[in-house]
Ligand binder design. Structure first.
Ligand code: ARG
Length: 467
């Protein structure tokens, strides 16, 4: 076999060392091209940076460099046009592209791999690919926050029962409730930005595991690729996937936040709550029950959270028993990573859109807030301001609530004379305190639910998100 088509027939001839071809089953088992072809652009980008540096270092001739650039441009257009022929026999994205390059430009294609191994190549590709996905996801996180802030602003005065233990606790502004999620997604975006720095480091130059004897300029490659630095230990560079785990962990938190929000949307849309409605385009009907409109999108998002959590567990487990340095185990990092990115991207897009189509039902929310003695704490605070110790006030109000429950009315519906039986210091101004709106306005503290505070937070978020 001529050395030129050796790569194209890799399964028969890894090298002269092998005396029998790989079985078809093993070929399928070990190949990754079906999924890792997704890394093609990163692979070409990394190769071009490597070739440029090899040339600058005098390791590659200008003619070879030009041939590689020409060949890669051709490969790029073939892949974009969908005419590139991916071969399972060539195992993965790296060998497929390299073989085609050699087919197109001859010996220059074979020189590209000087001072490089697929081990540092794949680690570089995954990092480059993930970096650009992180950038897109960060933008989508911003988009979702903006959508939530829009709804929050419109609902800064709308009163919702706030819950603890899913029991009515105190009234809160619906806008305030939504801004809680904005905080979560803001931290998620912050995490992405932070971990991006650790993703964005260059493994190339580590070669198979020990570095290389060629005088490579690793810093130059890092600069060309817009990376923040080079991995400082060759063994670590080719073997660790902690950057992928860290990303998946941050992605898991995004999904956990999405899942909590989903759970609330589902509850709120149920007949028992009736707080909101989702636009029809995010729901489905039932094939048997004509009256049904189901919140499928939040339900699926809650379900898909499990899938991303699973990917995190998969990646952590993948890493835990591996001795240094590269092991083929690491080929298994890609599918969970790809699926995590895809799930996150679609979910964030849909949720931002869904927020735009949210119908809020303020009367239903307010009615629910009136049902659970949500202003009992306000009465206790009122008594404290009249000189009682909080614990005593708490006890007095508990008696008042018991009486109100007995007669089936809200505290604010008890006559003044009745209220005064619990404490003589109660006066007519108590009714403002016992109103939902009074309770809301009273929580005029940084981070509190008073509508002025909600508006201040909306303004802060808008400024932050437009920066
Ligand atoms: N497809 C491989 C992966 O994803 C590329 C690296 C292969 N390296 C090796 N020494 N077999 O990890």
């Amino acid at each position: 076999m001529s050395s030129d088509n050796q790569l194209a027939n890799k399964s028969q001839a890894w090298s002269a060392l092998f005396s029998e071809p790989m079985s078809d089953l093993v070929k399928r088992y070990t190949a990754s091209v079906d999924f890792d072809k997704r890394l093609w652009l990163a692979d070409i980008t990394g190769s071009l940076a490597h070739a440029e540096m090899l040339t600058a270092q005098g390791i590659l001739s200008a003619e070879d460099h030009a041939a590689i650039q020409r060949g890669m441009a051709q490969i790029r257009s073939e892949i974009e046009a969908g005419t590139f022929e991916w071969k399972l026999d060539l195992e993965d994205v790296h060998l497929n592209i390299e073989a085609r390059l050699t087919e197109l430009v001859g010996i220059a294609g074979k020189r590209l791999h000087t001072g490089r191994s697929r081990n540092d190549q794949v680690a570089t590709d995954v990092r480059l690919w993930l970096r650009s996905e992180i950038d897109e996801l960060t933008k989508l996180l911003t988009g979702l926050q903006v959508a939530l802030v829009d709804v929050a602003e419109k609902n800064a005065e709308v009163i919702l029962p706030g819950f603890t233990h899913l029991q009515v606790a105190q009234p809160v502004a619906f806008g305030h409730h939504l801004l809680a999620y904005v905080e979560m997604f803001a931290r998620d975006a912050e995490r992405m930005t932070d971990l991006r720095r650790r993703v964005n480091r260059l493994p190339l130059g580590a070669a198979a595991l020990a570095g290389t004897s060629y005088p490579l300029d690793r810093e130059r490659v890092a600069r060309t690729l817009g990376m923040e630095g080079v991995c400082q230990n060759s063994l670590d560079a080719v073997s660790d996937r902690d950057f992928a785990i860290e990303f998946t962990s941050a992605a898991t938190l995004v999904m956990v936040h999405i899942s909590r929000m989903s759970e609330e949307l589902i509850l709120w849309m149920s007949q028992s709550f009736g707080f909101i409605d989702l636009a029809d385009r995010f729901c489905t009907g039932s094939s048997i029950m004509p009256q049904k409109k189901n919140p499928d999108v939040p339900e699926l998002a809650r379900g898909k959270t499990g899938r991303v959590v699973g990917h995190l567990m998969g990646l952590i487990t993948l890493m835990k028993g591996q001795p240094l340095a590269y092991n083929k185990d690491n080929q298994e990092d890609k599918e969970p990573l790809f699926d995590t990115v895809d799930t996150l991207r679609d979910t964030l897009r849909i949720f931002a859109e869904m927020m735009g189509g949210l119908t809020v039902k303020p009367e239903a929310m307010e009615r629910a807030a009136l049902r659970g003695y949500a202003t009992a704490t306000d009465l206790a605070d009122y008594l404290v301001k009249k000189g009682l110790a909080f614990r005593d006030a708490h006890e007095i109000v508990a008696h008042a609530v018991k009486t109100a429950i007995g007669t089936g009315v809200d505290l604010s519906q008890l006559p003044l004379a009745e209220l005064q039986k619990f404490d003589a210091r109660i006066e007519a101004d108590v009714f403002e305190v016992l109103s939902l709106r009074g309770s809301l306005n009273a929580r005029n503290i940084l981070g509190g639910t008073a509508p002025v505070q909600v508006r201040a937070q909306v303004a802060r978020h808008r400024e932050r998100l437009s920066a």
